[in-house]
Write a new protein. Structure first.
Length: 390
């Protein structure tokens, strides 16, 4: 059944308004419920089709804002405070994770692109979970945040260069990201220098009393600037959106008010439309058919394994085995970046639509189970610690 554009907009807009409240009642992450709503409407059950270009445009804009937020979530202040040895150990953990992901991809009969997909994590899930249990400032919390930040940043760069290799082979095309990376570096340096010398102006820029909302305007301009440059040098706009968020995070370390305003635009309306669109395109029959179901189950198992096994190495940093396993559970959570990778993989014909649906199912399960299991184990440990103190 094909819905006309007006009815499609009305249905999705109402869902974007109602589903977050329902997710609180059900104690589920809002993105999970939004994707499930799309699954019910789309190819898996009701087979509704949305006509017109508006929903596609709004969903893609929400996708870019989601990646912009992912860049904003990287705490450069925290990263720069780390010692060389700590960062070297985190890079070592990332390489171990990637190595296991590469072996897993070979076992699944997939290319290196799948290894990059399995290496992803979700900083957007990790950070609020750590804040909720109150350990974001502890040594374990900071270690998990750094691991998630590096995983987000390095896997997105890896996906970019892998696509360049897939499209053009080894050659001068590997230098096409240089204008984007150079602009990224210049803006990082110039923006931070300006904020350093003009703290009062920077504070006004971030403040709540700016009637012209210059902070929001400049942030969105930065987003589209990097997206446009990415398009000009034939790179994925996702990379540009992510880097734009990184620039904002690097320049303005205390950006809580501005981040809240941008979240209102993104998570308040546009990003839910993207998640609903993902659900509409998801085909459960692809995942459940006899030939694909064993692949999906193996993918789910290996996706957890490649995060939990390297986290055991945190014992080398004087963490307990339980803390390492907890970190691995939380780092196995995946959402925005893995969905971006799945979309890119289908467009570039690196994975099939059936594999993409398996990846989306992986995101749905891990973004719910990872934080839930982490919080459950933390509560159990907290209760046992209280009993010992008594």
């Amino acid at each position: 059944m094909i819905l006309n554009q007006a009815l499609s907009l009305l249905l999705v807009s109402l869902a974007a308004a109602v589903l977050p409240g329902l997710s609180r009642l059900l104690r589920m992450p809002a993105p999970v419920l939004e994707i499930l709503f799309g699954v019910i409407l789309g190819k898996s059950f009701l087979h509704l089709q949305f006509s017109g270009e508006w929903l596609h445009f709004l969903g893609y804009l929400g996708f870019l804002l989601l990646m912009f937020h992912a860049g904003m979530e990287i705490d450069f202040g925290m990263l720069l405070k780390q010692r060389v040895g700590q960062l070297s150990f985190q890079l070592f953990l990332f390489l171990v994770t990637f190595g296991l992901a590469f072996l897993s991809a070979l076992y699944l009969g997939q290319s290196m692109f799948m290894a990059l997909v399995l290496t992803t994590t979700s900083l957007g899930l990790v950070m609020p979970t750590l804040r909720e249990v109150g350990i974001q400032r502890t040594h374990l919390g900071q270690t998990i945040l750094i691991a998630a930040s590096l995983a987000d940043f390095l896997t997105l760069l890896g996906i970019t260069f892998f696509i360049l290799w897939h499209q053009h082979g080894v050659g001068w095309h590997f230098f096409t990201p240089l204008p984007l990376l150079a602009g990224f570096a210049v803006l990082l340096w110039a923006g931070r220098l300006w904020a350093w010398w003009n703290p009062e102006r920077a504070q006004r820029f971030l403040g709540a009393r700016d009637s012209h909302e210059l902070g929001v305007r400049l942030s969105l301009a930065l987003l589209f600037l990097f997206v446009a440059v990415s398009e000009l040098v034939h790179l994925e706009p996702v990379l540009g959106a992510f880097m734009g968020g990184c620039v904002l995070s690097f320049v303005f370390r205390e950006k809580g008010e501005l981040e809240s305003k941008l979240s209102a635009i993104g998570f308040g309306f546009l990003i839910p439309i993207f998640f609903i669109n993902v659900g509409v395109q998801f085909d459960l029959n692809n995942v459940l058919r006899p030939g694909q179901l064993p692949f999906t189950l193996k993918l789910l198992f290996l996706a957890a394994l490649v995060k939990i096994v390297p986290s055991i190495l945190l014992k080398l940093q004087r963490f307990s085995l339980k803390e390492g396993l907890k970190a691995g559970l939380l780092l196995s959570s995946r959402l925005s970046l893995i969905m971006a990778a799945a979309e890119i993989g289908v467009v570039e014909k690196l994975i099939t639509p059936a594999v993409k649906d398996s990846i989306i199912l992986l995101a749905l399960l891990t973004c719910f189970l990872g934080p839930t299991l982490f919080k459950s184990t933390h509560k159990v440990e907290a209760r046992s610690a209280e009993k010992k103190n008594e």
